[in-house]
Write a protein that binds this ligand. Structure first.
Ligand SMILES: [Zn+2]
Length: 167
């Protein structure tokens, strides 16, 4: 909320000091030097969820790939994904949360079917308690900024329930 360039975005914290950062830091390294799927994170930083589609066989992947798992082609293009979907399944994490989420328990993890495309992904579901959710609920993308322990600006995706105006 304090970032003046993205005032609507929450910031989630990763501790400054952790003993095995590459193993236990839940969030991926995201720069061009560190990952060949950096474009996914670049687009996410610009508020767009995306993934790769194979130029050879048209397969849509998630998470994004550098080689198509269907035809092993490596001519892939990034394509935007819908930001809304429905809850296919969900559960609640009550303990043993990853570093940076230990103070958040209990929190909901969900499997989301994105609207209109053949992509099913798992993500944290913010803004609702387990007892308030039902399979089939509509959810929408929520992008969070990640604070620390690296200087690199990192982001990640979550989902949250679509608020009905009439309710
Ligand atoms: Zn392919």
């Amino acid at each position: 909320m304090t970032d003046d360039t993205t005032p609507s975005r929450d910031t989630v914290a990763v501790p400054e000091r952790i003993d095995f950062p590459r193993l236990l830091d839940f969030y991926n390294l995201q720069s061009e030097e560190e990952t060949r799927i950096h474009e996914f994170y670049d687009r996410l930083r610009e508020d767009s969820l995306s993934t790769t589609r194979c130029d050879e066989c048209d397969a849509l992947h998630f998470p994004p790939r550098i080689v198509c798992p269907e035809c092993t082609g490596d001519d892939l293009s990034y394509t935007s994904l819908p930001h809304e979907g429905t809850l296919f399944a969900f559960s609640v994490v009550r303990g043993s949360a990853p570093i940076g989420m230990t103070d958040d328990v209990p929190f909901v993890m969900g499997i989301v079917d994105l609207e209109g495309v053949d992509v099913r992904l798992s993500a944290r579901i913010d803004g609702a308690a387990y007892d308030d959710l039902s399979i089939g609920d509509r959810v929408t993308l929520k992008i969070v900024d990640i604070d620390g322990p690296r200087d690199e600006d990192r982001v990640f995706y979550r989902f949250e329930p679509v608020r009905s105006v009439s309710e």
